[in-house]
Design a protein around this ligand. Structure first.
Ligand code: CTP
Ligand code: MG
Length: 232
């Protein structure tokens, strides 16, 4: 990894949220998943991926040091820096983006709250960057009927056709992601929405049900069960 081309794909791992809905005594990224911090799972998986050349982690304020120690413990040698996250996910991504090399061609952004990232989905999102789009996101077709509710009453049943629930990792051309993050971040719930706002085209590839986000304590148990089944 001594020339620019060898560091073409950078990963940003956002782990700086408080995890309010999980209700743990520590930030969600450091809540225990099968006996180690939740962050360990995605960090180890990204570090092991041949598709990923370097990793920047966004950690909660005051948790930068534990994040560095965790990376050392896991021998996650692709981690180039740990930055302090911001007040919103988008601000955390922006802080991490500042540490991504100018040489990077592609940036993958992943939520530490989705521990079970694997090479198959990384390959799908990177493979989707075929020169016709600026970004690629994994998504799952919405199977349930979706309704818009106002003050407890159904205002509308939304046409499910074409509706997709979007996950991470999301892949972007590095220069387009930087341009999108140079602007206003208000209201951004994912990276792709900012690139869309800046006029970028985003493709959707197949997501993975195992990539569901850990939000509550029940989700942690669910992922632990999936881990039991997926580990040798
Ligand atoms: N995230 C972040 N910086 C923030 C907020 C969120 O890096 N200021 C990250 C989280 O660490 C997580 C991902 O963005 O990996 C998705 O956010 P979410 O699941 O909402 O996590 P939290 O914000 O921590 O959880 P909650 O909303 O329940 O507080
Ligand atoms: Mg949140």
């Amino acid at each position: 990894m001594d020339d620019g081309s060898a560091q073409a794909t950078w990963a940003i791992l956002v782990a700086a949220g408080t995890g309010e809905r999980l209700g743990s005594d520590r930030p969600k990224a450091f809540a225990a998943l099968a006996g180690r911090p939740l962050l360990a799972e995605s960090l180890e998986r990204l570090d092991a991926s041949d598709w990923v050349d370097a990793i920047v982690v966004a950690a909660p304020p005051e948790w930068e040091e534990p994040a560095i120690l965790l990376a050392e413990e896991l021998v996650a040698s692709k981690v180039t820096s740990v930055v302090t996250g911001g007040a919103t996910r988008a601000e955390s991504v922006r802080n991490a983006l500042a540490e991504v090399s100018d040489e990077a061609l592609v940036v993958l952004v992943h939520d530490a709250a989705r521990p079970l990232v694997d090479d198959a989905v990384i390959e799908r999102v990177l493979g989707g960057l075929d020169g016709t789009v600026e970004g690629v996101v994994p998504g799952l077709a919405v199977r349930d009927t979706v309704k818009r509710v106002e003050r407890g009453l159904v205002a509308e049943t939304v046409d499910r056709d074409g509706l997709v629930a979007v996950q991470t990792p999301q892949a972007f051309l590095a220069d387009r992601l930087r341009a999108a993050y140079a602007g206003d971040l208000a209201g951004a719930t994912d990276c792709a929405s900012l690139v869309e706002r800046a006029g970028g085209r985003i493709a959707v590839v197949e997501g993975d049900p195992r990539l569901g986000k850990v939000t509550t304590a029940d989700d942690l148990r669910r992922v632990e069960q999936l881990l039991d089944r997926s580990e040798p």
